[in-house]
Design a protein around this ligand. Structure first.
Ligand SMILES: [Zn+2]
Length: 472
């Protein structure tokens, strides 16, 4: 079966190459290109029986025809000759590595003489731990109309003083100065708590809106010799509140099991509403029955994603996987939505919004990996899973374990990463890179329909295991 698959791929490659008449180079994309890295790679395909050489170095060609060959780059022009033994088919590529000067360090911190009140002018504005865009530094996303006490600036960010020793940064473009705003501490007017079968709702009514940070309480356990993250509750701090030490109102919300999605927002009546979803009780025989899952095939339309050794577009492969996974999940009773079921283009935030509108329990973005030039030598392969909010770490771990085991894929680990599509606290949100499309071994699997079906079944197994494990 496997041999037949390779034979078909081989024949297809033969057809492709006989038209092209030389090795087909997928990356670099053009014969003259600029790459600012000390290393890069040539990715493409050639008839496996040809002796392919790049600058005299032999290139290993996978039985499927795919190849991945690392080259070093010097400053200036680097010329590469691609030779498959037939001199009339020789190709030349020029890669320019720019000679760059060290850039001056960015601006120094400037402290203001007087504190000033600035108000957020948009929703979903990141409040950050550092004056830069680093993903892990996101403390909270603020709504429009939240006042901040600003004490200085640096590198395009204002420094906000939240409490005596609590500071945060906000991009200057998301706030405006309001000298008439009364920024005296706010009061709590009332509390309310409601609980039903699906969620718990905390309502804290203030006399005006104030900045808050809601963060997940994390614990770590050693499982299979790895430190694994568990989110066991939420910690809320509302700043600039009268009647509390340092003007900080603090509340800990504990969860019976690990978290399963939450949201926090102000309504027009200055009520801060915190909705915490409860882990559902599931039946052991149909653990996915009634679970709402949004599958998100990455890229689409003019956004091709990465390109494989054999010339396949990541966007098409992502969709094929997603359609198979949907089918398999529906068979076991899950309710499944796709952010796209054709070759259309969708923005990253629209994908998240779609998932929220569907009230999803789980959001899974499907991708195939590639490497930046600078990591060409790592020759990475295999399945990797990405999450942002700690509540999704356990799902990520389970998916990774089951997929790598059932699909005999290399383990490319679980990573906490600030990707826009997984920065959604309302559901468990992960991004799965099923394989490296630029790796000839992985690539041959990723374009195989049987492998898509096998992957779909592995997703079912993994998700079922996740829900059953949560009952224990
Ligand atoms: Zn992708």
């Amino acid at each position: 079966m496997k041999d037949l698959k390779y034979l078909i791929i081989f024949l297809l490659t033969l057809c492709m190459c006989s038209r092209v008449n030389a090795a087909n180079i997928v990356y670099p994309k053009t014969t003259t290109t600029k790459i600012n890295s000390p290393v890069t790679f040539f990715i493409g395909n050639e008839k496996p029986d040809k002796k392919l050489k790049i600058n005299g170095e032999e290139v290993t060609v996978h039985p499927s025809g795919g190849f991945y060959h690392v080259v070093k780059l010097n400053d200036g022009n680097n010329v590469f000759t691609i030779d498959n033994g037939n001199s009339s088919e020789t190709k030349t590529y020029t890669i320019i590595k720019p000679i760059i000067k060290e850039t001056e360090d960015n601006q120094e911190y400037v402290s203001f003489d007087n504190d000033m009140t600035y108000i957020t002018i948009a929703d979903n504005v990141p409040l950050r731990a550092f004056p830069n865009e680093s993903g892990q530094g996101r403390l909270q996303h603020l709504q429009k109309g939240i006042p901040l006490n600003i004490i200085g600036e640096q590198a395009g960010y204002y420094k906000a003083k939240l409490a005596r020793d609590d500071y945060a940064w906000i991009d200057k473009k998301y706030v405006f100065r309001n000298d008439n705003f009364d920024n005296s501490p706010a009061k709590i007017l009332s509390y309310d708590y409601e609980e039903n079968i699906k969620d718990k709702t905390f309502t804290i009514k203030l006399d005006k809106k104030e900045p808050f940070i809601l963060s997940e309480t994390k614990t770590y356990k050693v499982i299979d010799n790895n430190y694994e993250t568990f989110a066991t509750g939420l910690d809320l701090t509302i700043y600039n509140m009268t009647g509390y030490p340092e003007n900080k109102y603090e509340l800990h919300i504990s969860s019976d099991s690990i978290l399963y999605g939450y949201k926090a927002f102000y309504n027009d009546a200055n009520e801060l509403i915190i909705k915490v979803k409860k882990h559902p009780k599931v039946s052991r025989s149909y653990p996915l029955k009634g679970v709402i899952i949004t599958l998100d095939p990455g890229h689409g339309g003019d956004e091709f994603g990465a390109i494989g050794c054999l010339g396949d577009n990541e966007k098409d492969i992502n969709l094929k996987f997603a359609l198979e996974i949907k089918k398999a999940l529906e068979k076991v009773g899950a309710t499944v939505y796709l952010t796209r079921d054709n070759d259309s283009e969708i923005g990253l935030y629209d994908r998240v919004k779609f998932s929220q509108e569907k009230n999803s329990d789980i959001f899974i973005s499907i991708h195939q990996n590639a490497l930046p030039d600078s990591q060409a030598e790592s020759m990475k392969s295999g399945t990797g899973v990405y999450y942002f909010y700690p509540q999704s770490a356990q799902l990520a771990n389970t998916i990774l374990k089951v997929l790598t085991k059932n699909l005999s894929m290399n383990n490319d680990k679980v990573h906490q990463e600030s990707f826009a599509v997984v920065r959604n606290p309302e559901s468990l949100s992960i991004l799965v890179e099923i394989g490296y499309i630029i790796n000839p071994d992985d690539n041959a699997k990723l374009i195989n329909h049987e492998f898509h079906k096998k992957t779909a079944n592995a997703f079912v197994k993994a998700l079922e295991k996740y829900y059953v494990d949560q009952q224990n």
